[in-house]
Design a protein around this ligand. Structure first.
Ligand code: HMG
Length: 387
C-alpha cells in the first residue's frame, strides 16, 4: 500500500524585510546574509497572524470539501504555540469546518514537529486506509532584535495532506532517526524568543545528518546516486548546502552536480521566507517540486528533518504522476513576489508589537489581507475570524 503526500499548501504573511538592508542596519556586509547564510528576504509576521491563522491560510489553499470530509486526524506541529493547554489543532479544525468526529492535537519537538506528525500519519493511514490526515508545520521564528540569530528568523505554515495512493510523493518504507538530549536551541516557558548556541547548533545539525544518512544508506543499500534530490530542514539555506556537501564530496562529479542543481531549486522559496521551523523542510519540498526542471514521476527524493534539542530523521519518497500539476502551479512564486516590503524600522516595530499582544486588545486586521486573522484577545480567549 502506497502512503504519502497528496497535497501541500503554504502560507506566510504579506510582509518581508530585505536582508541586504537588514545587514547594513546591523553593520554587516550584505554578502554575509545573502551568501554566508543564503537568505535574501525574511518574512515579517504581523500581530494579526499566529500559528493558527497561518496554518488555516495554508490549508485553505489545498482542501476541497471532499478532503475535509475524509480527514480523520489533524496533527499540529509547532514550537510557537498559542496556549499552554489547548491545542492549535482544535482551533484550526474548527475554523476550517472539519468534522468533529476526528482526533486533533498538537505535537512538539522543535523543528521536527511536522515530521513527527507525518510519522504518526503513516501508522494511522495503515490502519485507516480510507481516511486522510492533515499535518501542519506552523511557526513564527523569533530570536530577538540585534542578536546573531536575528538574521535567521522568518515565519509561515505548511499544510500537508496525507493519504493512501497519494498524488505527489509515496514514502519508501525505511526511515532512520536519532534522539539525543543536547542544548543547542531551546525556548524557556517565560520567553517568546528562542535561546541558541548558534555555532554548536549548526554543528549538531551536521552530526545528526551524518548519523541518520549513514544509517539509512547502510540499511537500504542505496547510494547518493539513487537520489534525484536531497532536501533538508533549512534554518538558513546555507545550512542545507553544508549538509549536502558532506554527501557530494564523496559522490561522482555527475551526481554531485545534479544534486547541487536540485538543491538550488529546493532553497529558492526558503531563501525568500526565512526559517519557518516545523514547516521549513516541507516548504523546501514545495520549492523543489515547483522549481526543478529535471524531476519526473518516479524520481526519488531524500528528506532530512532536524529539530533542535535534538531529533533527526532521514526518509525518502518517490514522486507520483500527480506531482506535475503541483510542479506547474505558480501560485506560491506569485504570492511571494507580490508581498509588500517593510523597512528595517517598520520590521522592528512589528516585532515589538508581536511581543506585546495582550488581553483586551483589538488588532489592526484591516492592514492584513489574509483570509484568516487573529482579531484580538477577549477574556483571555483568542478571537479568530475567517473573511
Ligand atoms: P553569525 O555569527 O551571525 O555568522 O552566526 P558567522 O560569522 O558564522 O557567518 C555566517 C556565514 O557567513 C559564515 O559562513 C561566514 O564565513 C559567512 P560559513 O563559514 O558558516 O560557511 N560570511 C560571509 N559570506 C560572504 N560574504 C561575506 C561574509 N561574511 C561572513 N561578506 C548563525 C550565524 C547561523 C550561527 C546564527 O545566525 C544563529 O545562531 N542562528 C540561529 C541558529 C541556527 O539557525 N542554527 C542552525 C542549526 S539548528 C536548527 O536547524 C534548528 C532550528 O531550526 C530550531 C529548531 O529546531 O527549532 C534553528
Amino acid at each position: 500500500m502506497k502512503i504519502g503526500i497528496d497535497k501541500i499548501g503554504f502560507a506566510t504573511s504579506n510582509l518581508y524585510v530585505d536582508m541586504a538592508k537588514l545587514a547594513r542596519a546591523r553593520n554587516e556586509e550584505p554578502g554575509k546574509y545573502l551568501v554566508g547564510l543564503g537568505q535574501s528576504k525574511m518574512a515579517v509576521i504581523p500581530t494579526t497572524q499566529d500559528v493558527v491563522t497561518l496554518a488555516c491560510n495554508a490549508a485553505e489553499k489545498i482542501l476541497t470539501p471532499e478532503d475535509k470530509a475524509e480527514i480523520g486526524l489533524v496533527i499540529f506541529g509547532t514550537e510557537s504555540g498559542i496556549d499552554n493547554s489547548k491545542s492549535a489543532a482544535v482551533y484550526a479544525a474548527d475554523l476550517l469546518g472539519l468534522s468533529e468526529k476526528i482526533r486533533a492535537f498538537e505535537i512538539k519537538q522543535a523543528c521536527y514537529g511536522a515530521t513527527a506528525g507525518i510519522a504518526m500519519a503513516r501508522g494511522y493511514l495503515t490502519l485507516n486506509p480510507t481516511k486522510k490526515v492533515l499535518v501542519f508545520g506552523a511557526d513564527i521564528a523569533r530570536y530577538g532584535l540585534k542578536t546573531s540569530g536575528e538574521s535567521t528568523q522568518g515565519g509561515g505554515a505548511v499544510a500537508v495532506l496525507l493519504s493512501v495512493d497519494p498524488s505527489i510523493l509515496a514514502f519508501d518504507p525505511k526511515t532512520t532517526y536519532l534522539a539525543r538530549d543536547i542544548m543547542d536551541f531551546w525556548r524557556p516557558l517565560d520567553r517568546k524568543e528562542a535561546l541558541v548556541e548558534g555555532k554548536y547548533s549548526s554543528q549538531a545539525y551536521l552530526d545528526f545528518f551524518t548519523e541518520v544518512y549513514t544509517d539509512y544508506v547502510k540499511q537500504t543499500g542505496l547510494t547518493s546516486a539513487d537520489f534525484d534530490a536531497l532536501i533538508f530542514h533549512l534554518p538558513y539555506t546555507k545550512m542545507g548546502l553544508k549538509a549536502l556537501r558532506l554527501v557530494t564530496e564523496k559522490a561522482t562529479p555527475e551526481v554531485a552536480e545534479s544534486l547541487t542543481e536540485e538543491f538550488e531549486a529546493s532553497r529558492l522559496y526558503n531563501r525568500n521566507v526565512g526559517n519557518l521551523y516545523t514547516g521549513s523542510l516541507y516548504l523546501s519540498l514545495l520549492s523543489l517540486l515547483q522549481n526543478s526542471t529535471k524531476l519526473q514521476s518516479g524520481s526519488r527524493i531524500g528528506l532530512f528533518s532536524y529539530g533542535s534539542g535534538a531529533q533527526g530523521e532521514f526518509f525518502s519518497g518517490v514522486l507520483q504522476d500527480g506531482f506535475t500539476a503541483l510542479a506547474n502551479d505558480q501560485t506560491v512564486a506569485t504570492m511571494l513576489a507580490q508581498r509588500q516590503e517593510v523597512s528595517v524600522a517598520e520590521y522592528e516595530q512589528i516585532y515589538q508589537a508581536g511581543l506585546n499582544v495582550k488581553n483586551g486588545m483589538q488588532l489592526p486586521i484591516e492592514d492584513d489581507p489574509a483570509p484568516y486573522v487573529l482579531t484580538g484577545i477577549q477574556d483571555h480567549q483568542l478571537q479568530y475570524l475567517k473573511r
